[in-house]
Design a protein around this ligand. Structure first.
Ligand code: ATP
Ligand code: LTN
Length: 340
């Protein structure tokens, strides 16, 4: 499948917290059609996840849970390479090399590092600081052309491009005049694909949020989903309009309803003209429940079949390794390492 020079798409999600409708509508759903044009690699970045302390049992189960959810959302393992980062040793190996081509000053500027170290003051480990270099390695190993991520990851993509260009310049001659790495582009979803918290609609919904009622999780029951959406924060103005700055809560409900029902925001504004927030909330809750019903049903079947999930990961790791090992070899060659 990954033969005839199709461009590569690669993305990753950390197996931390619980997947939300933000992850689904902002990331996974957008990945579904990409296999038609690209060779697609989607991974669970467990090496990244341990930059904050994880319970081993929970981490292991969560990786199976996320994989089953990826597939239940429609990511077909026959058409996409689904794998776990730690199963492909080339990630850690290239990451070490690229550490030597990344400046401390560049890592010091990363806002995710600043945010995460403020949140985990008791564990500001070197891995947290070095997190972006591992992500650079993830991307460059696959000759990735496009990286579908939310705009919170833009800065990491910029770093990836800078490191790739720097390395390419240093080793251009050594590599016979060819760049060693493909320089990737970010693929940022259209506006509206940013789902905000239900209780705090000015900040994005996040899977490791402590406040349970701020997020709708993919595995929430219909009752829980309905209750959370009915209690979502709105405003006192009473009109159903899409105006994120002025009416963040109502706009967020409109985005969620639009993304789950397929109806445009303009059509929804017309449909709900003159109605109260209760009607918008009921319709949104119903659309989310309907959208997640088949995903949850499929998930329950897949989750039972651990051997099947393990086969997917084994196959994914083999296919990923083929491409990753070829890149790592190219890198070791230009560096002057003795071939194995
Ligand atoms: P965490 O809170 O654990 O840091 P997260 O919910 O931000 O996680 P990530 O693992 O960082 O999720 O991101 C996975 C993918 O989902 C990324 O491409 C990210 O941009 C996207 N994503 C996460 N939250 C949202 C959201 N609320 N709306 C749209 N896209 C989102
Ligand atoms: N840092 C990303 C997760 C991530 C990733 C990647 C995304 C790790 N490696 C490679 C795209 C490509 C995040 O926190 N969402």
């Amino acid at each position: 499948m990954n033969s005839v020079q199709r461009p590569v798409v690669l993305s990753g999600i950390q197996p931390s917290g619980r997947l939300t409708i933000g992850n689904y509508l902002g990331a996974i759903k957008n990945w579904l059609p990409l296999h038609e044009q690209y060779d697609c690699y989607y991974m669970l970045v467990d090496l990244h996840a341990i930059t904050v302390r994880q319970d081993p049992k929970v981490l292991r189960e969560r990786c199976y849970e996320f994989l089953a959810l990826y597939i239940a959302c429609g990511l077909d393992p026959a058409k996409n390479v689904l794998f776990v980062q730690s199963h492909v040793p080339a990630h850690a190996r290239l990451s070490w090399v690229l550490n030597c081509y990344t400046q401390m000053g560049e890592l010091n500027r990363m806002t995710q590092f600043k945010d995460k170290s403020a949140k985990h003051v008791d564990n500001i480990n070197a891995g947290l600081f070095d997190y972006p270099v591992l992500m650079v390695a993830d991307i460059l190993l696959y000759d990735t052309a496009q990286v579908p991520v939310g705009d919170d990851q833009k800065q990491h993509l910029e770093l990836t491009r800078d490191v790739a260009i720097r390395f390419n310049n240093i080793y251009l001659e050594q590599n016979g005049g060819q760049p060693v790495f493909q320089v990737p582009e970010p693929m940022i979803p259209p506006v509206g694909a940013r789902i905000m918290g239900l209780q705090e609609p000015t900040a994005k919904m996040s899977k490791s949020d402590d406040a349970e009622t701020n997020s709708v999780y993919l595995l929430d029951t219909p009752d829980v989903i309905t209750r959370k959406i009915k209690r979502a924060v709105t405003d006192m103005d009473g009109s159903i309009r899409y105006a994120p700055a002025e009416k963040p809560g109502v706009s967020n409900l409109l985005s969620i309803l639009s993304a789950t029902s397929g109806e445009s925001i303009a059509a929804l504004e017309a449909r709900f003209a003159g109605q109260g927030y209760g009607a918008l909330k009921s319709a949104t809750a119903e659309a989310v429940v309907e959208c997640l019903k088949p995903v949850q049903a499929r998930y329950n079947e897949l989750r039972e079949d651990r051997a099947g999930l393990q086969r997917v990961l084994k196959d994914g790791a083999e296919r990923a390794s083929q491409r990753a090992d070829a890149t790592l070899k190219r890198v070791h060659d230009v560096l002057g390492f003795i071939p194995q």
